[in-house]
Design a protein around this ligand. Structure first.
Ligand SMILES: [Fe+2]
Ligand SMILES: [Fe+2]
Length: 386
């Protein structure tokens, strides 16, 4: 089933010249044309169509039959709350006498970190803060939904506990950024509100095969990017921030392990469907969860944030290709046997994609090199180089 939900977009009221640096093709929604009222909770980008419920209903049985396996192999990758870190473990203690001194020290430590770095860290935090969207998305996967909100299937338990673990990431980065005094919290908070209101164009198709491939990819991507913000903080002497980002990265790694294991199991019991889902997701390209971010000003905010992350080496096109290569290797995709002819075609496509992607990206980036700078609302409108 295909739902056509586009075009829905923000109208451009005061387009700034820099908005045109990247391919902006926005159109006013028909509601706006009729009423003149911008529907500012709508996606900032055109979302073309969504295919839904692409998994044949009988396949839900597979996930039902995997419940015992998930109980023993997936839920054990969650950390009990009592053994989990909490944001407060890394932040100045508000009831202590030394609170103000601790905040002062913290601000001193951030001095060596650039505005660019804070743009990326703010973007990472905003991405984490949209966790309500990600929980909703997981609950759209056929056969895995938390039907009551307190369901005791291992899939539902995982989704809730995963969300609860993830929620600490945004909390910690948010409080850190607030105390650092380096960013405009109000515009960041607006961006979070817009982003959660806009949702996410996951292209899961409600299909758990696609969903778990996406989450495997995505958790590894966040592991890489938090790992890199940790490395950069360490290089500039902010050991505490390095510890914060490193601790979050370690959670992402554990989550990656869980999702990768699920897909490994799917390859084991239903390799044809799994390889086709892998091909499907890679053909569409894994889009980042915060792609629809908007701050009320910059219609290409996500592209700009990604460009800075790419330039700083926090998350790059090379990382994308590396993740793909890692997953192909980890799931032994090139060694799968007994596939249908369609499955074999998907296998060839997926196995040959990373080198092709690398070449295309290198060329695209050469062409895209513009060294433009743009004002960024998250750092009080100061310029940031793309
Ligand atoms: Fe996270
Ligand atoms: Fe994560």
């Amino acid at each position: 089933m295909i739902h056509n939900v586009g075009p829905v977009a923000f109208p451009i009221r005061n387009p700034r010249s820099y908005s045109n640096i990247f391919m902006a093709t926005y159109t006013a929604s028909w509601e706006e044309e009729k009423t003149g009222t911008p529907y500012s909770y709508r996606p900032a980008k055109e979302v073309h169509f969504q295919k839904t419920h692409s998994m044949p209903p009988q396949k839900s049985e597979i996930f039902k039959s995997l419940e015992g396996w998930a109980e023993n192999n997936v839920l054990n990758l969650l950390k009990p709350v009592e053994k989990s870190w909490q944001p407060q473990d890394f932040l100045p203690q508000p009831d202590s006498e030394g609170f103000y001194d601790q905040v002062k020290e913290m601000r001193e430590r951030t001095k060596e970190l650039s505005d660019d770095y804070f743009v990326v860290l703010a973007g990472d935090m905003i991405t984490e803060e949209a966790v309500p969207t990600y929980q909703s998305m997981l609950n759209t996967l056929d056969g895995l939904e938390d039907k009551t909100g307190v369901s005791l299937t291992p899939w539902a338990i995982w989704t809730r506990a995963w969300t609860a673990e993830e929620n600490r990431h945004g909390d910690l980065l948010n409080k850190y950024l607030y105390l650092s005094g380096r960013v405009d919290m109000r515009t960041i908070e607006k961006t979070i509100q817009y982003l959660i209101g806009c949702g996410m164009d996951s292209k899961f198709e409600n299909n758990p095969y696609c969903g778990f491939i996406y989450t495997s990819f995505q958790e590894r991507a966040t592991f890489v990017s938090h790992g890199n913000t940790a490395r950069l903080a360490k290089e500039k002497g902010d050991i505490k921030l390095a510890q914060i980002c490193g601790t979050i990265a370690a959670d992402e790694k554990r989550h990656e392990t869980a999702y990768v294991k699920i897909v490994e199991k799917l390859f084991e019991i239903d390799s044809d469907t799994t390889v086709l889902a892998f091909e499907n997701m890679m053909r569409k390209k894994i889009t980042m969860p915060a792609q629809l971010m908007y701050d009320g000003e910059d219609y290409n905010l996500f592209d700009h944030y990604s460009a800075v992350a790419q330039r700083l080496g926090v998350y790059t096109a090379k990382d994308y290709a590396d993740i793909l290569e890692f997953l192909v290797e980890r799931w032994g995709v090139d060694k799968l046997t007994g596939l249908s002819s369609e499955g074999r075609r998907a296998q060839d496509f997926v196995c040959g994609l990373a080198p092709r992607f690398r070449k295309l990206e290198e060329r695209a980036q050469e062409r895209a090199k513009k060294y433009a700078t743009i004002p960024c609302s998250w750092i009080y409108g100061r310029e940031v180089q793309l």
